[in-house]
Design a protein around this ligand. Structure first.
Ligand SMILES: NC(=O)c1ccc[n+]([C@@H]2O[C@H](COP(=O)([O-])OP(=O)(O)OC[C@H]3O[C@@H](n4cnc5c(N)ncnc54)[C@H](O)[C@@H]3O)[C@@H](O)[C@H]2O)c1
Length: 486
């Protein structure tokens, strides 16, 4: 048990819920590598703004600084002395994230590589928050070894590497960054439209083999050509604007009726889009409906000599059918960035029926792989982690009910309850009873699968009452994690 946890928390309670030192809980001990003297400007600023007692922390009128809330009238909630929060960042998580987390005064440990399950099981024991990319596996065993873990940041798009269900059953929220690389993908697709239209892949290969082939037949400008976008979300809509700026006509198909950007037009069926487009580009998610979405029938509907681009998910296109359409000359070319089976590591592991097809650009799932996207991912995920740790906000979590409340004002002597609990009947009634003598200013609750999350701001609470509320709520039989922020 943490030395600065409440005197006897129930075993299921995360250490993120620890209380500040109060008369009834006076023995907070700092970890050996943390002193009471702030060592960085950020810690110094926090030491000046957060106090050992909730009453002092809520002193009205004090100027507060911090990344969230903006104005000094917004109360910066502190569940703990942030210098005690341990963050473990693996796999060279971007420096933007390291800086943002350090600025909060957290202890941040970084590693360039992923850690094996065996090492991680030891390492994660006293960690409150772990940041990973795609190689680290957060398995059930790792989660069970994590005594204090409250939140996981996946500094990437996917979250398959985390046992999401087990994480949520333990009240551990998982955040990722699904849209930080939209621009990078859209730019790659614009490049591919030009490259395909000029057969640049083939010319480049020939030149590298010393073969000079000056060709103009079947090479085109893209100006005035029709781009058909399948899936008009973050990437599709960004692409729409860029393609129009290049002089293209844009049509799109999406299951949702969407406001077209610029002069783009939505068409009602995929078949219609395929039959009018010179270039078809896919930007749909991987779902049951999009699996094998483009096969022989759809390719046959595409214009003779037209081009297909897939930078969405490998399962969306049937590769044998595409290879056939390319080799027969029905399609003028294709650019493929994603494949049904992708090698797990870099090396000479790639095999596909598309290898050697004419005017076919093959790239190793690099659509979103740019320095800018990595930097944006660092900012987005670290922001979500800080908001969850400091404010309880779970908006954007992939495995957790998404809940947020507007800020508490600094002059309010309020506390915030963050209660992750089992999603079963009667819970809210029980909590309402516990809070019956208090003024609940605002509350919001939502559920996802087997768990639910309640955030409630409660005014005029004394330090002794905080301890009492914490004790009673964390001891409810449906408790997964109780945190009180003040
Ligand atoms: N190649 C890469 O490196 C890379 C990088 C980022 C994203 N992606 C992939 O790109 C795809 C799109 O990403 P996004 O961020 O634009 O997603 P998004 O969720 O913002 O947009 C997807 C759009 O597709 C639409 N859609 C869903 N099912 C559809 C269907 N059956 N038919 C037509 N439209 C449908 C949705 O309504 C939505 O508008 C995803 O598969 C994502 O995984 C790839």
């Amino acid at each position: 048990m943490s030395s600065f946890a409440p005197s006897s928390p129930p075993p299921a309670v995360s250490v993120l819920n620890r209380l500040p030192a109060t008369p009834s809980n006076p023995t907070r001990v700092m970890p050996s590598n943390v002193t009471n003297t702030p060592s960085t400007p950020a810690q110094a600023s926090q030491a000046g703004t957060s106090s050992a007692t909730p009453a002092a922390a809520a002193t009205p009128g004090r100027e507060r600084q911090g990344s969230f809330g903006g104005s000094s009238r917004v109360k910066h909630l502190k569940p703990f002395n942030t210098a005690n929060i341990k963050i473990l960042l693996l796999e060279n998580v971007n420096q933007t994230a390291v800086n943002a987390l350090k600025e909060q005064g957290y202890q941040v440990e970084t590693h360039a590589k992923a850690l094996s399950e065996e090492v991680l099981v030891e390492k994660i024991k006293d960690v409150h928050c772990i940041g990973i990319r795609s190689k680290t596996k957060i398995t059930k065993k790792v989660l069970d070894a994590a005594e204090k873990l409250g939140v996981i940041g996946c500094f990437c798009i996917g979250t398959n590497q985390v046992d999401l269900e087990h994480a949520s059953s333990k009240g551990v929220a998982v955040f990722n960054s699904p849209f930080s690389n939209s621009r990078s993908v859209a730019e790659l697709v614009i490049a591919e439209i030009v490259l395909l239209s000029r057969q640049l892949g083939d010319r480049n290969n020939e030149m590298h083999q010393g073969n000079w082939q000056k060709v103009s037949s079947n090479c085109y400008e893209i100006r005035g050509k029709t781009l058909g976008i399948v899936g008009y979300g973050h990437i599709g809509s960004q692409l729409s604007v860029m393609a129009e700026a290049m002089g293209m006509r844009v049509y799109f198909h999406d299951v949702a009726p969407l406001m077209p950007l610029g002069t783009a037009k939505q068409v009602s069926t995929l078949d219609e889009l395929l039959s009018v487009s010179d270039f078809v580009t896919l930007h749909v998610p991987e779902t049951e409906e999009t699996k094998n979405m483009i096969g022989e029938h759809e390719l046959n509907l595409m214009k003779q000599g037209s081009f297909l681009i897939n930078a969405s998910r490998g399962t969306v296109v049937q590769i044998p059918a595409l290879a056939k359409a390319l080799r027969s000359g029905h399609l003028g070319g294709a650019a493929v960035d994603v494949f049904p089976k992708e090698p797990a590591a870099n090396g000479k592991f790639f095999e596909s029926e598309l290898v050697g097809c004419p005017n076919t650009l093959l790239t190793p799932h690099i659509g979103g792989s740019t320095e800018e996207a990595q930097s944006m991912i660092g900012v987005e995920v670290s922001t979500a982690l800080i908001k969850f740790i400091n404010n309880g906000t779970s908006v954007g979590a992939v495995n957790f009910p998404e809940v947020d409340l507007r800020a508490i004002r600094d002059e309010e002597n309020s506390i915030r309850l963050c209660y992750t609990h089992m999603n079963v009947p009667g819970v809210l009634g029980r909590i309402t009873n516990i809070l019956a003598d208090h003024n609940v200013d605002k509350q919001f609750s939502d559920s996802k699968g087997k768990i639910a999350y309640l955030m409630a701001d409660i005014s005029d609470v004394t330090p002794e009452q905080i301890q009492d509320l914490y004790q009673r709520i964390s001891e409810t039989p449906t408790n997964i994690v109780t945190r009180i922020l003040y």
